[in-house]
Design a protein around this ligand. Structure first.
Ligand code: NAP
Length: 281
């Protein structure tokens, strides 16, 4: 019988613990963690993500402010806003909702954030520190995935972990974090010659490609653990992951659903990083 890895439930448990931590921080130090979110343009998906983050902050007593900027805004104006937020005492975390419009240099924008406030862990200094084994933060989605595995007591050490997708946000940092947990890591991507040959080797398969139905049951080793990071919207707005959930459930020992798997954990980890940033000032 496959075990459903319930990210929604875990995220709720994490929120309950964080709420107490935040109350204590307020009582002892008079600090409320603060998060600033910068949203450029009017992508529906980005707006939904930002609203979910706002709601999560509200429910925990984290102060939040959202800066909604026009799609055609100049890069200089975003940089000026970041400089302002870097100096603002009540803001401990700054998040740029990606992707940014194509006329904006995303790397330049991310690099302008004070690394101590980079709760997404995308700043080159924080990426470098994580790579070298001296992390300040871990990026939220990969951290959420590691938390799911640990909280369900799924052994990572010594296991063959195959990651499909090599983005800077998910695949690459996740590979580093899995190495840190002593997994044997393989990374697959769109140029991988025989994807099935790679995925069939996985004790733990993590898929972050953004391609609905990419992973079918014949690509799964019997008893593997499957983590589906993909979020794909169907014609009627319904959400689906990258994995053929129904059929893969018959082969895998454990699997995350979409929605209700990695997504809620990503937000919980953002709250955790923001609280940690407030504690560390
Ligand atoms: P991305 O930047 O578009 O990267 C996608 C990766 O998948 C690339 O490395 C690409 O390979 C690879 N890929 C694409 N098609 C493939 C194929 N047919 N076979 C093998 N590899 C393939 O995406 P991302 O930002 O990492 O996000 C990936 C998915 O996760 C999206 O659906 C996104 O919405 C979702 N996501 C979810 C959360 C969450 O909280 N649940 C957070 C972040 C992202 P190349 O490098 O060769 O192009």
């Amino acid at each position: 019988m496959v075990k459903i890895l319930d990210g929604k439930k875990l995220a709720e448990e994490i929120r309950v613990a964080l709420k107490l931590e935040i109350l204590e921080l307020g009582e002892k130090k008079g600090i409320a963690p603060g998060l600033a979110v910068i949203l450029v343009g009017d992508s529906v998906a980005s707006q939904i993500y930002v609203r979910n983050k706002e709601r999560a902050c509200e429910s925990l007593g984290i102060f939040s402010e959202v800066h909604r900027l026009a799609e055609n805004i100049e890069e200089e104006k975003i940089l000026a806003l970041i400089a302002e937020l870097n100096e603002k005492n009540e803001i401990h975390g700054i998040l740029i909702q990606l992707p940014l419009p194509s006329h904006i240099d995303s790397q330049k924008i991310i690099s302008a954030i004070d690394p101590k406030k980079d709760v997404d862990c995308f700043h080159p200094e924080n990426v470098g520190r994580m790579f070298l084994g001296d992390p300040r933060f871990f990026p939220c989605t990969p951290l959420g995935i590691v938390e799911i595995l640990k909280r369900y007591e799924i052994k990572i050490s010594g296991k063959k972990v195959v990651i499909v997708g090599r983005s800077n946000i998910v695949g690459k940092p996740l590979a580093m974090m899995m190495l840190r947990e002593n997994a044997t890591v393989t990374m697959a991507h769109s140029k991988t010659e025989n994807l099935k040959e790679e995925t069939l080797r996985a004790n733990i398969l993590i898929v972050a490609a953004g391609r609905a139905g990419l992973i079918t049951a014949d690509m799964i080793k019997q008893g593997a653990v499957v983590i589906d990071v993909g979020i794909n919207r169907g014609e009627n707005g319904e959400l689906a992951g990258d994995v053929d959930f129904e059929k893969v459930c018959k082969i895998a020992s454990a699997i995350t659903p979409v929605p209700g798997g990695v997504g809620p954990m990503t937000i919980a980890m953002l709250m955790k990083n923001t609280t940690a940033a407030a504690k560390n000032i």
